[in-house]
Design a protein. Structure first.
Length: 195
């Protein structure tokens, strides 16, 4: 297990689509090592998630975990989740319209934060590190985390989804000018999904 340097915006690997892991390769030592390295690197950086592209591996593998994360105290807990070949689908309401929410997102690969509109409810399908297939519904900021990590695997960064570039800020400026208002708004939003 190794903590890798996290690739930064401008590195071409972040703009490439990762390739599916063949089912018979999920148990391979190379894939299992990649998964362990992603977990270690995410935890060392206090991240909520990390995609393989971010450490230079073009395989469709992402990891997510939120538990008492000081950077994201407003996020609902996410148990350690290993997603191999994840697929997400936006869910719609009775009128066929997907509900969205404006999230001030950051990224371990981008030294900025900005407002991104994300689907509130998504269906996710993936395989875990043992190759077992999972399908579940995710809501709220957890749904946003899934969308963020799956975007990485498609070579998309959150800055590509920012509608208003005026919302972009460095982490320090976000903390000084915007964090309190965002945390208040998003904490109230996230309460809808806490069980």
């Amino acid at each position: 297990m190794t903590v890798h340097p996290i690739r930064s915006i401008g590195d071409p690997v972040l703009r490439q689509r990762a390739v599916e892991v063949p089912l018979d390769q999920i148990a391979a030592s190379e894939t299992q090592t990649l998964i362990d390295d992603l977990i270690d690197t995410m935890r060392a950086a206090d991240g909520a998630g990390l995609a393989a592209n971010q450490i230079g591996a073009l395989q469709r593998v992402a990891v997510m975990e939120v538990h008492d994360n000081l950077r994201y105290p407003y996020k609902s807990p996410i148990p350690l989740t290993i997603a191999v070949n994840p697929v997400i689908e936006a869910m719609v309401d009775a009128e066929g319209v997907p509900e969205t929410v404006l999230i001030n997102e950051g990224c371990l690969s981008v030294p900025l934060r900005g407002e991104v509109r994300r689907h509130v409810t998504v269906r996710v399908r993936y395989r875990d590190r043992r190759g077992i297939e999972h399908e579940q519904i995710e809501r709220g900021l957890t749904a946003g985390t899934w969308q963020h990590e799956c975007d990485h695997l498609d070579g998309v960064l959150f800055v590509d989804r920012v509608d208003d570039p005026a919302t972009l800020a460095t982490w320090d400026e976000y903390a000084f000018h915007h964090r309190a208002a965002f945390v208040e708004r998003i904490t109230a939003f996230e309460e809808r999904f806490r069980s």
